[in-house]
Ligand binder design. Structure first.
Ligand code: MN
Ligand code: MN
Length: 279
């Protein structure tokens, strides 16, 4: 429920545990918006190019904007229009660009750079700067991408927590303990919310329910928590009743693209070229 407060959600739904649709965009239950659509733009561009393609991503964003999407963030719109008008792949630094719009589409970047931290950092910033040019947004993209790497590779929460601890020494403002309860579209608030609930939750469902019921920019905190908790707990731990509410075509495309993206990663390349035992 994007843009409701936690108290408003409690008054209307108690604890919201189901996909109900509605909200300010009057969505159908399970209907996806910009967070998913922009991630698909990134994923499709990389898969189509068989590797990283900043131009492909920008072109997909432009086509998506022309398709009159149900929702577009202001910063995203401005960045994409800048690309459409001037062909520029990097929007200039802007003090107001510390929103979560670049971070919310990090999953495909993280998957296709699996196994290479430097590539992750470069690609994270390149895709981010098409629309958002701010050090907090850049840091958020890289931190999230790194945690998703570790989660996909099967590392423990303790290991993820330790990694994050190291990363946060360069951006102390992302510290999330004690949790301040802010879940706005400001990327620092967004990631504090995601980190707090991810590290304290029992499982995927518990994490998502707690994040979304915190309100604020709930579709985006939910998308980012879903990215991290999904990478950590795996597809089989997503509640079936939620998957059933989703558009089947979107679910199928997301799983197919996710597999293809991992196949393109340095991690997969290293496994393919590794000498087989006994050969
Ligand atoms: Mn959205
Ligand atoms: Mn949002």
């Amino acid at each position: 429920m994007e843009f409701m407060t936690a108290a408003e959600i409690r008054a209307k739904y108690g604890v919201l545990k189901e996909i109900v649709g509605g909200g300010w965009l009057r969505l159908k239950p399970g209907q996806v918006t910009d967070d998913t659509e922009m991630s698909l733009c990134v994923a499709r561009a990389v898969v189509a190019a068989n590797g990283w393609s900043r131009e492909g991503i920008a072109a997909n964003f432009a086509a998506w904007l022309r398709s009159k999407p149900v929702d577009v963030g202001d910063t995203c719109r401005r960045g994409i229009r800048n690309y459409m008008l001037k062909g520029e792949l990097e929007t200039p630094y802007n003090q107001w660009d510390a929103g979560n719009g670049a971070c919310m589409r990090m999953l495909p970047v993280s998957l296709c750079t699996l196994g290479d931290d430097r590539l992750l950092a470069r690609c994270a910033v390149e895709q981010a700067h098409i629309t958002h040019n701010h050090p907090f947004s850049d840091a958020a993209c890289i931190y999230l991408g790194k945690l998703v790497h570790l989660a996909v590779l099967g590392y423990s929460k303790t290991r993820l927590r330790r990694e994050l601890e190291g990363l946060l020494t360069s951006h102390e403002n992302f510290r999330f303990e004690p949790y301040r309860g802010l879940a706005s579209g400001y990327v620092v608030d967004t990631l504090q919310t995601v980190f707090h609930y991810f590290f304290t939750a029992r499982d995927f469902e518990d994490c998502l329910i707690k994040v979304v019921n915190q309100g604020g920019d709930a579709d985006t905190t939910g998308a980012i928590a879903g990215m991290l908790a999904g990478a950590y707990y795996g597809e089989e731990n997503i509640p079936r009743r939620w998957l059933k509410k989703m558009d089947r075509k979107v679910v199928d495309e997301v799983s197919l693209l996710a597999e293809r993206l991992v196949t393109l990663s340095p991690w997969a390349a290293a496994r393919l070229s590794a000498p087989t035992a006994g050969a």
